[in-house]
Design a protein around this ligand. Structure first.
Ligand SMILES: Cc1cc2nc3c(=O)[nH]c(=O)nc-3n(C[C@H](O)[C@H](O)[C@H](O)COP(=O)(O)OP(=O)(O)OC[C@H]3O[C@@H](n4cnc5c(N)ncnc54)[C@H](O)[C@@H]3O)c2cc1C
Length: 495
């Protein structure tokens, strides 16, 4: 099925959270699905747990040069491999709050085109698929929270929903290296271990790796109808429907390229929104120190919130002393940093950023090719920038009062772990790119399953919501009756 001009019912571009979630109901319904993935499967030899190879040398990162809004070159922390970024994620798998599906004009956030209730059944399916559960709080974090409660009672701690096998505790190399590492034993609930492995022996499913999709194919006399994809090596796949799931930095560039080449960029109302409204979360890493040696293993067991900061959460980092030492400023001698790190606990402080049209990803033609641009400034969402600064200050003050001094570091824009929003879902085609059914406004046959669609990123991590959206989209498409009903549904939605 990897031949030139091969046909499928559905071609899915990308094997991460959204792509795999969309594939599951489609394959189960008997649709013939081809998934095209740019990367290869990760090795299972333990190298993805090796701090030197993963963190120091960044051997598994994409290493793609991009430019920021000021023209400076940087490399976003992206991964091209089977399973996408879910192989590396920290597996904190939260549902968004129902209120986070509504608009929040004061914070610069639009509403979703669907409600929490519409997504709820798919949240439940995603949780079951990924094996989401909480772990008991470990002794050192329990000690920290008790001290915090004594001096700052308004901080609220709740169990973290985690997609990790309970077995992980038996493997110290995995239990202290899952946040930013890929499990060698399949102990993390992610797109490959919980999704692709269910599909691998299905006759109506093909995963083709090492294929970078370059653009879409339009029907000969009608570019509004997408009928397949073309890879960078010229291979083509034709399908009744194409599901875009290449991730929020990549999917909008594919769509923008198609709109430019087909001449639709000037006429399609949604074209101007493509790549805009990039959301990353305002992110800071905080390390807290005490006199007590910290021996917790998983660490990521409780999440902290505060009623004065409704768009923010603080989560422990799943980092052991070795990894925490790397967050301590370089000015501190390494031996001292390692000694401090043994008495330290790391936290990840995140605040939902607003949706600014100026925050965007795009491609620009330059001599000899194109350059990738990610123009993002948190200051364009002033309410979020303000809340994040106050949140970090309040957290540091509370920890200091509890006898634990802290250091913090803002995560630069290369920290694209949570990137989303660049093909935002909405009902207004001038302000959004896909509709409630996941179809690109004004086009037939093209749908989006990945984090690009998230109209809001919420105060928690996005992956469970991407899985839920993908499952919902796959279920909607599976309900379409092949060429007949599906096409009719597409035609009914034509704008
Ligand atoms: C270190 C780290 C920690 C994280 N921790 C958490 C966490 O604890 N909780 C949480 O909810 N989220 C977390 N995330 C974020 C989460 O992993 C992402 O939100 C999620 O994986 C995004 O899903 P996606 O489908 O949009 O993209 P991805 O999962 O990245 O999948 C996109 C896929 O498309 C492929 N692709 C790209 N371009 C092309 C192309 N042109 N042709 C073919 N294939 C292509 C890529 O190789 C990739 O496999 C973390 C991410 C990282 C990196």
């Amino acid at each position: 099925m990897s031949d030139s001009n091969a046909r499928a019912d559905v071609v899915i571009v990308g094997s991460g959270a959204g792509g795999v979630a969309a594939a599951l109901p489609l394959v189960e319904s008997g649709r013939r699905v081809v998934m095209l993935e740019r990367g290869q499967p990760l090795p299972r030899d333990g190298s993805t747990l090796d701090v030197g190879r993963v963190v120091e040398r960044g051997e598994f990162l994409a290493h793609e040069p991009w430019r920021d809004g000021d023209g400076r070159v940087f490399e976003p922390e992206e991964h091209f491999n089977v399973g996408g970024k879910t192989k590396w994620y920290g597996a904190a798998l939260f549902r968004f709050d129902p209120a986070e599906f509504g608009a929040d004009p004061g914070h610069g956030c639009p509403a979703w085109p669907i409600s929490h209730e519409e997504l709820a059944p798919f949240y439940a399916k995603a949780e079951a698929l990924l094996g989401v559960h909480s772990f008991a709080v470990e002794p050192d974090l329990d000690w920290i929270l008790a001290r915090l409660r004594r001096v700052a009672a308004r901080w609220h701690a709740a169990p973290m929903p985690m997609g990790l096998s309970a077995e992980i505790i038996r493997y110290p190399d995995e239990a202290s290296h899952f946040d930013g590492f890929a499990s060698a034993r399949g102990l993390k609930g992610e797109a490959e271990s919980r999704g692709l492995c269910r599909l691998s022996d299905r006759a109506n499913f093909d995963l083709v790796t090492g294929v970078e999709v370059a653009t879409f194919l339009g029907a000969p006399a009608d570019p509004h109808r997408v009928i397949g994809v073309e890879a960078t090596d010229g291979r083509r796949w034709q399908a009744d429907r194409v599901v875009l799931a290449a991730g929020a930095l990549h999917s909008p560039r594919l769509l923008a390229r198609y709109l430019d080449r087909s001449g639709l960029a000037a006429s399609l109302p949604a074209a101007d929104a493509v790549g805009r409204y990039l959301k990353l979360h305002a992110l800071s890493a905080m390390v807290s120190f005490s006199w007590r040696p910290m021996r917790d293993v998983l660490r990521k067991t409780m999440v902290l919130t505060h009623p004065e900061f409704p768009h923010s959460t603080a989560q422990p980092l799943g980092f052991d002393a070795d990894l925490i030492a790397r967050l301590i400023p370089r000015a501190v001698p390494r031996a001292v940093a390692r000694c401090l790190a043994r008495r330290a606990y790391g936290f990840f402080l995140q605040t939902e950023d607003g949706s600014s049209p100026e925050n965007r990803v795009m491609e620009r033609a330059v001599a000899g090719g194109v350059e990738r641009v990610m123009d993002y400034r948190l200051e364009r969402s002033s309410a979020a920038a303000r809340e994040h600064r106050r949140f970090v200050r309040a957290m540091r003050r509370a920890f200091l009062s509890a006898g634990m001094p802290t250091v913090t570091r803002r995560i630069a824009i290369s920290g694209t772990a949570h990137a989303c929003g660049t093909l935002a879902a909405g009902s207004d085609p001038r302000r959004s790119v896909v509709g409630a059914d996941g179809r690109v406004h004004g086009l037939r046959g093209l749908y989006v399953a990945d984090g690009s669609v998230l109209s809001r990123i919420s105060r928690v991590n996005p992956a469970l919501t991407i899985f839920a959206w993908g499952l919902r989209l796959g279920t909607l498409l599976a309900g379409h009756d092949g060429d007949g009903v599906g096409r009719a549904a597409d035609a009914n939605h034509e704008e």
